[in-house]
Design a protein around this ligand. Structure first.
Ligand code: F6R
Length: 261
């Protein structure tokens, strides 16, 4: 696991975008795993800017979102399928139908979850998965106690996650859905490269557990310690509880730039 601590949070988007750009140059048909929420926005902004400059194209690429609320109507602005369109997909040149998400309105939820796993498989698996992390250590919406081998399924959101996400629902926690569909931890672990972004003080404990804690379903993101290629991009506030922060900073400063992330 590579930990990169960046004082200028805008640079986080740039470092992650470099990895996406390099991937698409080598493999224009690459499959991207797309998180929603606040954390990846700087990445999407940077990729949209590079698309405008003609540096990067998504026209042969595919995308799979991580998760979706259950029951939000098709035109609800906070439905993740709509959110990812707004913040990223509509700003670049993905082909029609190239980006998919779990169907939170499906009548048969287990069948929809199984179909989502099959769709990811048929696309050849995710090459680069963009992730945020919840204050309780969730990735996707794999809340504490999730099976470390889980696949796409329905989950109940914790009260904490609903409080954290109430900011997207006019501050009203009761309007945040109670359930979601989420790629499982096993699904996320199958991605070939995972790039996780965390900024701000509220993420510090989850980040400490992710990087330095014991692997445990109580902090679901810790499963990433078993992944072969994870990049964790942090600002100073999110990194403030890391015991080895100085080591991570020195390592990145002396890293040969040709290595990328
Ligand atoms: C969103 C997702 C969640 C978020 C996490 C952090 O698709 O899967 O795991 O990444 O809740 O959210 P933000 O980035 O809004 O702090």
């Amino acid at each position: 696991m590579e930990v990169i601590i960046i004082e200028d949070a805008r640079q986080i988007g740039s470092i992650a975008a470099d990895a996406v750009e390099a991937l698409l140059i080598g493999k224009p048909t690459a499959v991207l795993g797309l998180a929603t929420g606040s954390s990846p926005l700087s990445i999407y902004d940077e990729l949209a800017a590079r698309y405008e400059l003609g540096r990067v194209s998504f026209h042969q690429a595919r995308g799979f979102t991580l998760d979706e609320y259950v029951g939000l109507l098709a035109d609800h602005p906070e439905r993740y399928r709509n959110v990812i369109d707004t913040v990223f997909v509509s700003r670049v040149d993905f082909g029609p139908g190239a980006v998919a998400g779990p169907d939170g309105l499906a009548a048969d939820i287990p069948a929809a979850c199984a179909a989502y796993e099959t769709a990811i498989d048929h696309a050849g698996g995710v090459d680069l998965q963009i992730l945020g992390i919840g204050t309780d250590g969730h990735i996707g919406f794999n809340e504490p106690g999730s099976s470390l081998a889980s696949r796409t399924r329905i989950k109940t959101l914790t009260r904490q996650t609903r409080i954290d996400n109430a900011r997207f629902f006019d501050g009203d926690v009761d309007r945040v859905p109670t359930h979601c569909l989420t790629q499982g931890l096993g699904t996320i672990m199958a991605a070939r490269h995972v790039v996780l972004v965390a900024t701000g003080r509220t993420k510090a404990e989850a980040v400490h557990q992710l990087v330095e804690g014991p692997v445990s379903a109580m902090w679901p993101a810790t499963i990433l310690q078993h992944h072969r290629h994870v990049t964790v991009l942090l600002d100073g506030a999110a990194a403030r509880r890391l015991q080895l922060a100085d080591y991570y900073r020195e390592t990145y400063l002396s890293k040969p730039r040709w290595q990328g992330i």
